[in-house]
Structure formats: structure tokens, C-alpha cells
Design a protein around this ligand. Sequence first.
Ligand code: F0G
Length: 430
Amino acid sequence: MTSVATSVQVCEDCGTELDELNAAGVCPSCGGLLELRHVLVGEGPALRTRFADRRSALRGPDASGVWRYRELVLPSARPDEIVTHPEGNTPLLDSRAVARWIGFESPERLLIKHEGHNPTGSFKDRGMTVAITQAKRSSARAVACASTGNTSASLAAYAARAELPALVFVPKGKVAGGKLAQTIAYGARTLFVRGGFDECLTLARSASAELGIHLLNSVNPFRIEGQKSIVFELLEQLEWRAPDWIALPAGNLGNTSAFGKALRDARESGLIDRVPRLCAVQAEGAAPFARSFEHGFAERVTVQPETIATAIRIGAPASWNRAVRAMRETNGVATSVTDAEILEAKAVIDAAGIGCEPASAASVAGVRKLLASGTISRDDRVVSVLTGHLLKDPDAVAEYHAARSADRPHANPPIEIEPLVSEVERVMRG
Ligand code: F0G
């Protein structure tokens, strides 16, 4: 890597500019969210070749599915500064069973980008490698986040790699078992806040500002830059032929914002010539963005969130304005699905041998709903993003499969037997 021009941070609300290493986190003038702007080097064909050449790297930043796209992520980072596992390089899968459940006649209409294949089992690692790298570059003493569990697991792991102390704020009793286990085991100081995610984020924001700790939630612009690589990588896996739709689950709206920015960058740098439509899917009990979409985003909605998909149990999403921009620029659609639809989608994805956590399945359930309503057409090509691994939430699996019932048609309850061949025979016949 040669040294290149640094990027600037620009306030999305008032236009204030800060230099790349400024660690303010939000605009010091108006409190607005910051966005990174890079000096673009190279264009479409040249960039594509450069990205492809790096695919052969066995170690170091080029082996990362985030840093391979560094011209569009954080061009000035030096290899020795980068904290990477590596991450990314997640598969783009097809599945006859999932496509059929959605209602597509051909399995080729649906591809599944499985972000659960990241080092800590969720897409958060893509943002965290950049945010932790940047925290180190700007001499952070400690890092923090509020989380429904995946961000905290990722922050804990990357902070440990960077040897930085980590502090996480999570809603007491509302974090899935796998995520909590990771967060604690990777060594983050874990605070059980008596409240939901929204209260955790408010507290994490004030505590970080007062105590001089770097806040690494997706309000942090460096997280967004890393998460854009989900889109770059899936476009590259499609040989830069854009699909018609990209569907993803939406909670705090950081990822929706990142996808919008990635598509803007890909279009502006000539990597693609057509922009897919985004489909942001929320859980019905935590759907402020989908509600607001129904009225053209005329007002910012907040709700008291409740859903089985604890990862997206969020009532006051922080990245609202930039997510609205993402939807407008991509002619996107926001929708919501019930917990029952989420659980059914998850059971189908799991039984297809792919597997995901409940929130992730919302993207597939949302595609099914929009296909049924005619918003998505049978000839469209759709990429659904699964954001987290099945093992993140083993309790959700145990509960669904405990017994078969009308509302649990895919349940696969374990069968207890005596240690006798006759018992096995009985089960096989049954
Ligand atoms: N899917 C999973 C598995 C998540 O963990 C999250 C967010 C989302 C989707 C939604 O992404 O917030 O950018 O709209 N999890 C955060 C966390 C809130 O703390 O782990 P978003």
C-alpha cells in the first residue's frame, strides 16, 4: 500500500468538516451524524481489477473481505495499523427450499448472502474492523457500545485483538445466549442496563462523551464504511451485475444506511451501472421505520419495541435520516413481518442447512411478503442478507422445536427413547 490522501468527515446535517482522525464521533456544531468522504482513486474497470487481484492474498489486509475494497472504505489506513481477523469473504448461496418457500419458481431468483460466516458470527465484524482500526489510529484509551448483542460480541473480540479496554451496555434479560457468552468471554466489561436498547444507546452516548471513551455504535461513521463492503462483495460475487433487490433486516438502521452509501459509491465510481432497490425489513412489534415509510417518511416515528428477534428490538433508530436517504436514492421499500413469519422463515432457512438467527430471517420473510403483494416480481433477482449465525440464539431454536403445533409446522422435536433397537425401529416407522 502506498500513502494516499486522507478522507474527511462531513456532518450530514450542517456540512461541518472534520479531519479524518478527529474522534468527536458526532458533529461538534449541531450534534448531527458524520459521514466519511474519500478522495476517489481509480474508476470502475481499474478498481474491479485491483479488487480481484487482491483475492489471491493469503494473509494480511488484502485477505479481508473489507480491506480488499479499501479505496472505498478507508484508503489512508496503513497495513500495520489494521486490526483484522480477517473478516468478510462470506458466501453467496442459493437454496431451492428457501426460494420455493418464498414463492419463486426458479431457485436462481434468490441468493442468500450469509454474514453469519464472519469471525464472531455476524455482519458487525465488517464495521468493527474499521472502527477499531480507527480508534487505535486516533489513540483511543477505551471503546464502548450499546448493543442487542452482536455489536457487543464483535466489539469485545476486536478490542481484545487491539488490546483496548471495552465497555458494553446491553439490555438486561434481552440478549441472546450466544451473543452474551461471546461478549463476556472476549473480555468486555459488560453492563446489564435495566432498560431496552434505546436506553442503552442514550446512556452509552452520554457516558462516552463525558468519560472520553470512543463510541463504536453504527452512529460512528467508520462502522458504516466497513459495512458497505457487504454490498461490494456481493456485487463482485455477481460479477458486478446488480440484482433487482437487496433485502436486509433493519433495527437501528446503520446497515440500511451503509447499503445506501455503498450503492451510491459503487454507482459513482462506475463499478455498477444500475442501482438495486433496497428492501428494509423490520419486526412488526419494532417497526418505526416501516410505519413511517407508509407515509413517505413524513415524520420520524418511535415505538415501544417488542419482538422475538431481540437483535432488532429497537424503537428509536439512531441512523434515521441517512436510512431515509438510502431508501429514497434506491427507490427502496420498508416493510414489517410478524414474529410468526420470522420464526417460520428461520425454520425454513435452518432446515435448508443454511441457518441464521431470528432477526436475520426477517429479510427472507419480507421478500416472501413483497412477492405475494406483487411489489417484487417473479422475474426479479433478489439477494437476501442473513446478518447473524444460527448459534447466536440457541434458545430460539429449542423453543420452536420443542413440540409440533399448527403455528410451528416445521418443528423437529427430539425424541426420547430407551437404549433399544426396537425403539429406534419404532421411530423409523413412525
Ligand atoms: N441483524 C442482526 C443479527 C443484528 O444484530 C442487527 C443489529 C440488525 C440485523 C440490524 O442492523 O441496527 O444496523 O439496522 N444489531 C445491533 C447490535 C443493534 O447491537 O448488535 P441495524
